[in-house]
Every structure is written in structure tokens, then in C-alpha cells.
Design a protein around this ligand. Structure first.
Ligand SMILES: [Fe+2]
Ligand SMILES: [Fe+2]
Length: 439
């Protein structure tokens, strides 16, 4: 086992040397020689051996190489990012092979780069490369399938909410059973894969903007609720309240400018009245409808006493509602990009918005929220697909390479580990990109 760790460590040293020194430098020669010597000791019985990777762990044959040596984790990561499943070393392994391997593993991983071809181009015959390509393909197919299922869930929720709106307009007393069931579905998917659900919150439809708005506000409110550590019951209540926050608008024809104006002023009170009639509903649902336009500084509406205190869920929905309105692409196309939306929330925190909850919302979404299209320092472009512990370094799915060519197979990178940084946020419309299609 220690010979294997030595080999992996020597490969890591050789890679570093290849980055730091010219080939004539003594440190460089020494690193390559050490690597040749360790491969020689591992292949001393004349049979060669295989380094392979499975679920992020490095194996020699079927034996896991368990070591705290950073070189082991680093090689595993490098093999994964280059879609290399295995490296088989032949006893004929010599210094030029060591040099080529160190060089090739240092190349930046991309969908168009093949380690196998790069080694062959350098005349290497003593290393055979096994490729992970099929796994990638299966993963992508699975992701596509999940995306379709999530979209179907979203469409079902739009349909359920449409029925609620019709009920309100017709009888003033909606049946919420179906919508509540759907909220449960979205919530469990949010727990499984928040990026996929947050990605859908960038969906918009001009014809049914109000329905999409309500669902997106619910997704953002639930994300905040999760960040706050609310119980499942609490999340369900918050989700329903967020979904129905604008239910008071249902009685109005929002295409008529006069009615739309009246709806804006009256919907908190009307919505609260509708929801107060429902016996089984948590009173918080009614309060959120009534209070979601009330600013913390006494601004907003409806009018209230100076010492009036709003429900915490109302403050959460107010933040989600504000963010959705800021980033939603309206008919004029004048939406803020997600990062600008976040910056605007920071400005409003402590004035109209609850500062603690706004901070938590930003922590949950990240400074570059999921769905943000970003240009990286090498000019490649990707979409943020997950947040990480570092606010400024999320995970990104690369869609265009550094020359602006669209990648056939998008590559996911973790910016906490990748040397590239985010240069700027790009308007997806400028690239003719529908963000939700790539999450
Ligand atoms: Fe509203
Ligand atoms: Fe709203």
C-alpha cells in the first residue's frame, strides 16, 4: 500500500513540477525520476497495475487506497474532472511517459479534451486510459428526465392555482386540497435538489405571469424557510401562504390598467378576507396575504397603527416577493440579473425589509444565485448550478468555452477549486439562453 501512496504522491509532485519549472530544472528531473522509480517498484513483478476511481475514491485494482495524503484526493479529483476512470501502467513506463502524464493531467478539463488522445499525441504507449464517458451520458440523461418531471410538477401547480383563482373569482371560497398537495411535492424536491427547483423559479410566462409569480415566490420563500431550519409543518404553512399571497388579485382583470391599479391597492385586504373564510387554514396564511406589502419602516400598505408587528412569514414572503419582482423579466425586459437583485435587497434591508431574514435569504441563495449566467476569468460562460460554502465561488455549469463556442456537453466546475473566478454576470437574453433549460 505504501508503494501506491508513494506513486500517487510522486505523480502529484511531478505535476506540480511541470507547472513550476522548465524541463531542464533539477527539481523537475528529480520529480520525474522519482515517479519512474515508484512505477518500477509497483510493476516489479512484471505485470503492470491499474489505478482506478469509483465514486470519488482511488483504487489500485479492487483495493481502496486509503490515505490522508492530499495527493490521493487530488489525483482522484483530477481523474474525475478529466473523465478518466482508470490509468493502467505498463512495466515499460519511462521518463517521457512520466513527463507526458504530468503535463496532460495539468491541462484544463473540458468536454473537448481527451486525456487518451493527448497521451497518444505525445507518443505514450505505457499508459492505457479508461474513460468515464458512459457514466456522464447516463447522468445527463437522468438529469434531463428529472427536469421533465420537475417541469410537469410546476405545470400541475400552475393548473391547480388557476383553479384556486377561478374559485375565488366565482364563489370567493377556494378549495386548496390540490394546491396543498403540489406544495408538498415541490418541497420534497427542494430538499432533494434545490438547484433544480430554484432554476425553475426563473421561468416566466407573460400570459399567466401572476400564476408563475406566485409559484416562484413560494420557491424563494421555501428556500429561505429551509435556511431558517423551519419544521416540515412550518414549511408547508409558509409554502401555502407564499403561494396564495396575491390571491386577493383573483377577482380583478389584471389586463385592464384601472382594475390592475385597484387590485394592487386592495388585494392584501381582499386576500385576507378570502383566506379567513377557510376554517382549516393556519391563520398565518391569512396574515401573509394581509401583511406582505407592509414595510418594516411603516411604509407600504394597508395602513396600520405605528406599533403594528407583522408575522415572520409575512416578512419572509415580502423578501421573496421583492426578489421575484426585481428579477422577473416583464414585457419591457427590464429585469435585474440575480446578483443585482440581491444587491438591491441589501439596500432595502433594515428599511422596508427585515434585515436578519434578508441576510439569511442572501446566504441561502448566494451572491450569485442559481440560474445566474456568469462570465469567468478565461472568458468562458456558464450558469450557476449550485451554491457552495463560499458566497463568491459557486458551482457552475460551463455552456460556452473561452472562444464563445457552445459546448456540446456542458461541464460542471466547482469554483472553490477551479483557478477561474467570476468576471461578470451576463444577461441570458443577450446570449439567447433559457436558463431553466440548463439546470
Ligand atoms: Fe402582493
Ligand atoms: Fe406578489
Amino acid at each position: 500500500m505504501s508503494a501506491l501512496v508513494d506513486l500517487v504522491t510522486s505523480l502529484s509532485t511531478a505535476r506540480r513540477a511541470a507547472q513550476l519549472y522548465p524541463p531542464v530544472h533539477p527539481s523537475y528531473r528529480e520529480a520525474m525520476d522519482t515517479m519512474v522509480a515508484t512505477v518500477a517498484s509497483c510493476t516489479a513483478d512484471g505485470t503492470g497495475f491499474v489505478l482506478n476511481i469509483h465514486e470519488g475514491r482511488l483504487y489500485a485494482g479492487s483495493q481502496v487506497i486509503s490515505s490522508d495524503a492530499p495527493a490521493v484526493a487530488s489525483l482522484a479529483k483530477s481523474m474525475e474532472s478529466h473523465r478518466v476512470e482508470s490509468l493502467a501502467f505498463d512495466p515499460a513506463f519511462a521518463a517521457p511517459d512520466a513527463l507526458a502524464l504530468a503535463e496532460v493531467l495539468n491541462l484544463r478539463a473540458s468536454a473537448s479534451l481527451s486525456i487518451e488522445e493527448e497521451l497518444a499525441a505525445r507518443g505514450v504507449t505505457a499508459i492505457a486510459v479508461g474513460v468515464l464517458a458512459d457514466d456522464d451520458h447516463a447522468q445527463r440523461a437522468e438529469r434531463e428526465e428529472r427536469r421533465e418531471q420537475d417541469r410537469a410538477l410546476y405545470r400541475q401547480l400552475v393548473a391547480a392555482l388557476r383553479v384556486v383563482q377561478r374559485d375565488v373569482a366565482a364563489t370567493g371560497s377556494p378549495n386548496l386540497d390540490q394546491a396543498e398537495q403540489m406544495v408538498g411535492g415541490i418541497m420534497s424536491r427542494l430538499l432533494e435538489d434545490d438547484a433544480a427547483i430554484l432554476g425553475m423559479a426563473s421561468l416566466n410566462a407573460h400570459s399567466e405571469g401572476a400564476l408563475f409569480h406566485s409559484i416562484n415566490v413560494m420557491i424563494y420563500a421555501l428556500t429561505l424557510g429551509l435556511g431558517l431550519g423551519l419544521s416540515e409543518d412550518g414549511l408547508t404553512c409558509l409554502g401555502i401562504a407564499a403561494l396564495l399571497h396575491d390571491v386577493g388579485k383573483s377577482a380583478f382583470d389584471l389586463d385592464d390598467p384601472e382594475q390592475a391599479q385597484a387590485a394592487e391597492a386592495l388585494h392584501p385586504k381582499l386576500g385576507a378576507e378570502v383566506l379567513a373564510r377557510l376554517e382549516d387554514e393556519d391563520p398565518a396564511t391569512m396574515l401573509v396575504a394581509f401583511e406582505h406589502h407592509m414595510g418594516m419602516d411603516g411604509s407600504g400598505w394597508p395602513d396600520r397603527a405605528p406599533d403594528y408587528i407583522t408575522h415572520p412569514y409575512s416578512r419572509m414572503v415580502a423578501i421573496a416577493n421583492r426578489y421575484e419582482n426585481l428579477t422577473k423579466r416583464g414585457d419591457t425586459g427590464s429585469a435585474l440579473t440575480p446578483d443585482r437583485g440581491i444587491q438591491q435587497l441589501i439596500r432595502e434591508a433594515g428599511r422596508t425589509l427585515d434585515p436578519t431574514l434578508t441576510r439569511l435569504f442572501i446566504k441561502s441563495l448566494g451572491v450569485f444565485p442559481v440560474g445566474c449566467v456568469v462570465r469567468l476569468s478565461d472568458q468562458s460562460v456558464g450558469v450557476v448550478c449550485a451554491t457552495t460554502a463560499e458566497l463568491l465561488a459557486p458551482r457552475a455549469r460551463l455552456l460556452f468555452d473561452e472562444h464563445g463556442t457552445e459546448l456540446e456537453d456542458p461541464v460542471d466546475i466547482d469554483l472553490t477549486e477551479d483557478p477561474r473566478t467570476i468576471l461578470e454576470v451576463v444577461d441570458p437574453e443577450a446570449l439567447d439562453l433559457l436558463v431553466a433549460d440548463h439546470l
